[in-house]
Design a binder for this molecule. Structure first.
Ligand code: SGN
Ligand code: CA
Length: 529
């Protein structure tokens, strides 16, 4: 007893010598949930440094765990966010596409954390069409939001904040942490970047460096979509569907001179201040002049490659800002001695095609958009520098966070807590397949409705609605997913098993053909309204 007391006295003495606020070890862990929009795992150097170095995001994996097999249940923005908040698949939370409004009678994990005594805040992109529930404070972008001088929706009205969106989102989150955090309470901070969403407008400090870079071409840039009808009819091909003005930033007047009628104008230019515009012009005008000189000499292959490089330069430059700002956030948490008792997640609302299959955008159950980056740091719980290849999903966050907070987990949540994986108790984890269902069709990019399951080895997908086509992939032998083996006799038995498993999983998660049809009707209704 005497010894225990003296240790306590020493501890108190040490803490009173240090004037920084100390973490209360008895307090429940804080949760910082960092999510970017459309951030492909291929563009995080903890996964691969072929395209970009992201030292700050990598810090989370170096000090924690890198998940190599994390996926989403429905690869599109607002539905992914609804899955994260409710811990339920799209067909049960009702937010199946970007069109419909989120049903706010859903119970979300932030509401439950708030009830359990957490202070809660959200900054950045939500994309729900309505305000978030369960937050003591929020400042969110309307819809997709803007890169330059963006408007924010706040509890006291709308406001335009001058500057670059990724910096501003961080400023808002840090301002809350510095000035309104209640140190006696654990907190949930949802810090949600708009970047690197289309149309990929970088911060001016990254213009010069990135526009000079040349990136390696993905092996499937010239995919011919053989045996994959839904892939063939999708409208997200870099050559055919990426806009020279809107996406590649060529002035429409110049395109007119070249007899190119490309539809959409550059979206953010009109938002820029005179100073921002002149800094932009100084770097982008020479690119435009060069394109003007070369365009008529380019064949289709050269034009595809030119567009790919332009795409990568801008997309990756927006990520450089995300990385800078994640660094600011991590530094702040370290400086304030908050890191020790904080779980930090870095993820994206889905993956993205960076030229694989000739594409940009997402939506498909093929790897690059199905998989999503996931890095988690939790000092003293997660062994630093570990890699986890179990199949986890965005569906799992709600239950994980509720368990961390010691809060009650509603029976109807459909994920699995990641705690056994995070804390090295893998024997408690027994998931052998994950379910996926994409709905938004007919719509932009023309990706047909489909559902399917993935195991570590195989993937089976059923495209339906105005098509009835099955696809089957051997993930280990064909990681690029270019060979649809659905009619290959060697896999006949495996395909029967996978179809069986798919039916079981649909039943387990309460999805059905009846619901598929219900959502088709609802969607048609919404579109004609
Ligand atoms: C916008 C983009 C699309 C993108 C969707 C959904 N077009 O509509 O390319 O697929 O968002 O993205 S744009 O012309 O407006 O840039 S999501 O991340 O919000 O789901
Ligand atoms: Ca997105």
């Amino acid at each position: 007893m005497k010894r225990a007391l003296s240790i306590l006295t020493i501890a108190l003495l040490i803490s009173s010598c240090n004037n920084k606020p100390q973490t209360n070890k008895l307090q429940k862990p804080n949760i910082v949930f960092i999510m970017s929009d459309d951030h492909a795992y291929q563009a995080i150097s903890a996964y691969s440094d072929k395209l970009i170095k992201t030292p700050n995001i990598d810090r989370i994996a170096n000090e924690g765990m890198l998940f190599t097999n994390a996926s989403v249940t429905n690869s599109i923005c607002a539905p992914s966010r609804a899955v994260i908040l409710t811990g339920k698949h799209s067909h049960l939370n009702g937010k199946i596409d970007n069109l419909s409004k989120f049903d706010t009678t859903n119970v979300t994990f932030p509401q439950l954390l708030q009830k359990a005594g957490y202070q809660t805040a959200m900054f950045g992109k939500l994309h729900f069409g309505n305000k978030p529930k369960g937050f003591d404070e929020f400042k969110i972008l309307p819809g997709q939001g803007s890169y330059y001088n963006p408007k924010f929706i706040t509890q006291t009205g709308d406001t335009v904040i001058n500057g670059y969106v990724t910096d501003i989102t961080t400023d808002l989150a840090l301002d809350w942490l510095k000035n309104r955090r209640i140190s006696e309470k654990p907190f949930l901070l949802m810090y949600l970047h708009k970047a690197p969403h289309r149309a990929w407008y970088p911060h001016e400090k990254h213009y010069k460096k990135f526009t000079k870079k040349t990136f390696p071409l993905p092996e499937t840039l010239f995919d011919n979509y053989k045996g994959r009808l839904a892939a063939k009819t999708a409208e997200m091909n870099i050559l055919k569907h990426m806009h020279l003005a809107y996406d590649n930033k060529i002035d429409k007047e110049i395109l007119k001179e070249l007899n190119i009628y490309d539809g959409m104008a550059r979206s953010e230019i009109k938002r820029m201040t005179t100073q921002q515009r002149s800094s932009w012009d100084s770097v982008y005008n020479p690119i435009i002049s060069d394109f003007k000189k070369r365009y008529h000499k380019m064949n289709e292959k050269e034009l595809t490659e030119w567009k790919y490089q332009r795409y990568m330069q801008d997309y990756l430059a927006t990520i450089a800002s995300v990385d800078d700002n994640v660094g600011r956030m991590l530094d702040y948490l370290d400086q304030e001695n908050l890191s020790d008792n904080t779980l930090i997640v870095y993820t994206s609302d889905q993956g993205f095609y960076l030229g694989e299959h000739g594409w940009f955008d997402k939506r498909f159950m093929y790897n690059e958009s199905f998989k999503t980056p996931l890095l988690i740091k939790w000092p003293n719980k997660v062994t630093p520098g570990t890699t986890e290849d179990e199949m986890v999903q965005n569906l799992d966050f709600a239950q994980t966070f509720l368990e961390i907070a010691g809060a009650h987990v509603p029976e109807d949540m459909q994920g699995e807590s990641l705690i056994p994986l995070l804390t090295g108790n893998k024997e408690k984890w027994n998931r052998d397949a994950v379910y996926y269902h994409y709905y938004e069709y007919p719509a932009e990019h023309a990706v047909k409705r489909h559902y399917g399951i993935a195991t570590k080895k195989y993937k089976i997908i059923h495209f339906y609605h105005d098509i009835d086509q099955w696809e089957f992939y051997d993930r280990s032998k064909d990681p690029q997913e270019i060979y649809n083996f659905i009619d290959n006799k060697d896999y006949a038995d495996t395909i029967v098993e996978m179809k069986q498993k798919l039916e079981e999983i649909r039943a387990k998660y309460k999805d059905s053909e009846k619901l598929d049809n219900y959502y088709i009707e609802l969607y048609n209704d919404l579109k004609t309204r």
